[in-house]
Design a protein around this ligand. Structure first.
Ligand code: RTP
Ligand code: MG
Length: 137
C-alpha cells in the first residue's frame, strides 16, 4: 500500500551536519521516493498545529523552543508502508532506548533532541502534510 509521510529533520540534525546522512538512509530504502523537500525555519503557529496533541505537557514549551532554534528540513516521502517504515528507521522517541542502526539510536542525544520527526499514522500524515505542504494534491 503506497503512502505518504511527513518527515522533519529537526534543528539538531541540521546543526550537526546530519542532513545528508539521514536523507541517504531514506533514499537507500528500496521503493521509497522523496517527492518534496524544503529547508525552513518554523514559527510558533505552525508548530502549535503540528504538535497540538502535546499542548499542556511538561515538555511542550521546551519542545517549541527547540524546534524554533534553527531551520528544519521538511520532506514528503512516498512509498510502500512508508509510515511504519520511517518510524522504524527513526527508532523510539528516547535515543537511549533506540537500537543502534536506527537514526535516533545512532545519533540521538537526549529525548528532546532526537533528530527526526515522522508521521505516526495515516491520519497524522494527512493532517501534517496539509500543514507543511498545503499545495500538495
Ligand atoms: P515526533 O512526534 O517528533 O516524531 O516524535 P515521537 O512521535 O517519537 O514522540 P512524541 O511523543 O510525539 O513527542 C514529540 C517530541 O517531543 C519531544 N519530547 N520530549 N520527555 C521529554 O522531554 C520529551 N518527550 C517528547 C521529542 O522531540 C519528541 O520527538
Ligand atoms: Mg509524535
Amino acid at each position: 500500500m503506497s503512502q505518504r509521510s511527513l518527515v522533519l529533520l529537526k534543528p539538531d540534525a541540521v546543526r550537526r551536519g546530519l542532513i545528508g546522512e539521514i536523507i541517504g538512509r531514506i533514499e537507500r530504502k528500496a521503493g521509497w521516493a522523496i517527492t518534496a523537500l524544503e529547508l525552513r525555519t518554523l514559527d510558533q503557529d505552525t508548530l502549535e498545529q503540528h504538535y497540538g496533541e502535546h499542548k499542556g505537557k511538561p515538555f511542550y514549551e521546551p519542545l517549541m523552543g527547540f524546534m524554533q532554534s534553527g531551520p528544519v528540513v521538511a520532506l514528503v516521502v512516498e512509498g510502500e508502508r512508508v509510515i511504519e517504515g520511517l518510524r522504524t528507521l527513526a527508532g523510539p522517541t528516547d535515543p537511549i532506548a533506540a537500537a543502534p542502526g536506527s537514526i535516533r539510536g545512532d545519533f540521538g542525544t537526549i529525548v528532546r533532541e532526537n533528530l527526526i520527526h515522522a508521521s505516526d499514522s495515516e491520519e497524522s500524515a494527512t493532517r501534517e502534510l496539509k500543514i507543511f505542504f498545503p499545495g500538495l494534491v
